[in-house]
Design a protein around this ligand. Structure first.
Ligand code: DP6
Length: 320
């Protein structure tokens, strides 16, 4: 029985769209920040008494299909024939609304491979986590992480970026809505790839932003980090909206929060917004500006703000 913990991550340069949906190979590389505040703890036990894999999430039995995909790959690699019971707890404050497949599949991969007796490198863990959920490939590592798009299963993996920023970067998470998303990221990105005439432009621009972002992070160039972060998010959402049928993850309050970010910036505060497959807004800034940002957002979003910082790599918590 093995328990592992993995933290969620937010992409500064987004992953949106699969070139190979079975292997989960992305069209572009992506760069993320692993967050300290939000994580998943997952316990895996292979048990000869089980007749199928089982998943318990936050105390409730859930559909095991996606989890079983990763378990099956682990079984193949380890020559393990038993089914597994997976027990998982999400530590995401309700005010964050960040329930994420990234931390879930990174923790699952780490716990399942160890429980099956496999000794995998971080690269191998990242490739395996990728098969559960693309963004999970980046949650195997801490700090700032790049997922190389690669060309096949071997070459598509995430690792920490070589030159980490020394800036005290922070992310203010604004919870606009805790409601379940109207379209999962998996469905949403498939629709964008298949129908959006803006998708090829997104791919070109997003991939071209990778090198400048690495350089900006290495040189602590906050203005460039922020500009590239906002551009990747808005270009992704523009491509999503241009799909058929038209669709958006934004809610009215998403734009309210974004306008507040723009106003703060007009006042000289470094604050940059990024949104994923949901209406919540994540504001990238540095620690000295966090209080000013919280104060500005408080009137509209009281009780719905959480502050996160760069978090650690996935780790084994216990093995019995
Ligand atoms: C908008 O990793 O959830 O958060 O690979 O289909 O499981 P699947 O998708 P997922 O997509 C994340 C999309 C995103 C951007 C990002 O995290 O890079």
């Amino acid at each position: 029985m093995t328990t592992a913990r993995a933290h969620t991550n937010i992409a500064l340069i987004k992953y949106w769209g699969k070139r190979d949906s079975q292997l989960i190979l992305p069209y572009t590389s992506s760069i993320s920040m692993t967050l300290d505040e939000f994580y998943t703890d997952t316990q895996v036990v292979f048990d000869a008494a089980l007749t199928a894999d089982e998943l318990y999430l936050d105390g409730t039995k859930r559909d095991v299909t996606k989890v079983a995909t990763v378990l099956e790959l682990v079984r193949q690699q380890a020559h393990e024939s038993r089914f597994a019971r997976v027990t998982s707890t999400n530590h995401v404050p309700e005010t964050a609304g960040l329930a994420s497949s990234a931390s879930a599949f990174a923790a699952l991969t780490m716990a399942a491979s160890a429980a099956a007796g496999l000794k995998l490198s971080h690269t191998q863990l990242s490739r395996l986590a990728r098969r559960g959920s693309g963004s999970a490939s980046r949650s195997v590592d801490g700090g700032f992480v790049i997922w190389h798009r690669g060309t096949d299963d071997q070459s598509s993996f995430a690792e920490p970026i070589r030159e980490q920023p020394t800036l005290p970067l922070a992310m203010v998470v604004v919870m606009v809505s805790g409601k379940k998303k109207s379209q999962t990221s998996r469905q949403g990105m498939a629709q964008t790839v298949a129908t959006s005439p803006f998708y090829p432009a997104f791919v070109e621009q997003n991939q071209a932003a990778i090198e400048p972002m690495l350089h900006a992070l290495a040189t602590d160039d906050l203005a460039t980090i922020g500009r590239l972060t906002e551009q990747s998010s808005f270009q992704m959402h523009a491509a999503i909206m241009a799909g058929n049928p038209p669709f958006s993850y934004f809610e009215p309050e998403t734009l309210t929060a974004w306008h507040m970010v723009q106003t703060l910036r007009d006042q000289g505060i470094p604050a940059y917004a990024t949104m994923d497959a949901g209406p919540n807004v994540k504001i990238l800034t540095t620690q000295p500006h966090v209080d000013t940002i919280l104060k500005a957002l408080e009137p509209e979003f009281a009780g719905r703000l959480t502050v996160a910082h760069p978090g650690p790599a996935a780790q084994i918590l216990s093995e019995e």
